[in-house]
Write a protein that binds this ligand. Sequence first.
Ligand code: NAD
Length: 479
Amino acid sequence: MAAVTKHFIAGEWREGAGGAMQNVNPSTGKLITEFPIGTAEEVDAAVRAARDAFDGGWRDATPSVRRKLLFKFAELLQANAADVGRIATEDMGMPWAFTTGETLYCAEFVEYFAGWADKINGETIPLSAANTLDYTLREPVGVVAAIVPWNSAVSLAVWKLAPALACGNTVVIKPSELAPLVALKLMDLLAEAGFPPGVVNCVLGDGPQTGAALIEHPGIDAIAFTGGTATGRRVAETVGRNLKRVSLELGGKSANVIFADADIDAAAVQAGVGCFINTGQQCIAGSRVLVEESVQDAFLEKLSAFATSWAVGDPMQPTTQMGPLINEGALDRVLRFVDEARDTAQVTMGGERLGGDLADGYFVAPTIVAGVRNDMRIAREEIFGPVLSVIPFRDEDEAVRIANDTPYGLAGGVWTNDLSRAHRVARRIEAGTVWVNSWLTLNPQAPFGGYKASGIGREGSREGLDVYLQTKNIYVQFH
Ligand code: NAD
């Protein structure tokens, strides 16, 4: 029988009183562990612990205390990167080399926000009235509910924990039921770093029960949510009713636009990586690759050569570049999208489940679908699998029109050696991030977030502090 995993509330590991769920290693289909589905009472206990910690001293912790604790947490992430990476890999299937690298990147992210902890200041405002002093304070909001998905389990948790704590808030985090174990390891490391009991809490569980109880709880002051657009809408409805602060990081269907004058070798490799990395289970997957008609054949040849070389296999092996999909349901869904596209477009590579040594896991080959039109379902919906659609275009206006013809607006790319065109198209693409002659670069210093149905708010950068702070204006009259 697998070990039962526990909630982390007020600095203690607590058994769940409700039902339990199982999580499975997607590479092998084998059970890893069971974990509790957090009940409304357990959510309540976590929110109360966070409130007590906030009122009981954390709100008055000096900025340098917060900075030092976060630096210590960053140090521990670095020291434990291989272990954190292994847990993430077993839980959700991203290759170990990548999850370890992701953890090291998260350490940098924490350091960046540790740096902000003692630089959050208000302003003095000159008023037109005589004998007055007016100034603002940037204050923490209080208790933050952080709800995250499974697909980059380390980053998505750290991206919320670091800025929330830097600003002086306390946090209740609910990781995804599909990969809950990394968040528990993070709780361990935060406690070891010295964060006082109750400052961070973790409630395990699913969306409909545990997540819904958390976002409805009257004791929370802000919700930082990452997940699918449909779930984001439900969170937004609750937030609208209860009037809470919110940030929403949602889905995408990003377009990578490749012009004939681009470095086609580099574009083909980066377009492949941009779609196939993490088995296409990335909000920023470049799943629509728009290619200028005159170079389409050359591009496809190079892309296929790249995809053939992309090493799919056991994610614990250091040479593996692509692991499995998260579960059987995801595998079926991805294959259904590809099968449907067979009638109207050309599946030139992949599109099938992998067998042999990989038959017990949820592995699918990197898949390329050529001759896609932007009105096909494969080009409109987020697939969350390694399926790259190639869509031809004739000129710049058509490329921009197709790129923007989507409800989403998370990311976009433009490949060209024409400097003016690069800037022109980057400005015209309706997305929160646009890469020129690259794809995937993310830095803690740069804001990340969505236009349109891809979300509200930003993570990373100074803007990443905003949801975790509120502004108080203080007016002083001299007599
Ligand atoms: P999901 O929306 O199903 O779940 C996300 C989280 O919300 C999970 O913890 C889940 O338990 C919880 N949840 C589900 N229903 C809820 C409810 N009614 N109330 C409260 N919480 C609820 O998403 P997923 O399948 O875990 O993740 C994949 C999605 O996340 C994709 O759409 C992807 O694009 C998106 N994503 C976005 C970003 C970004 O930064 N924009 C990053 C990663 C993933």
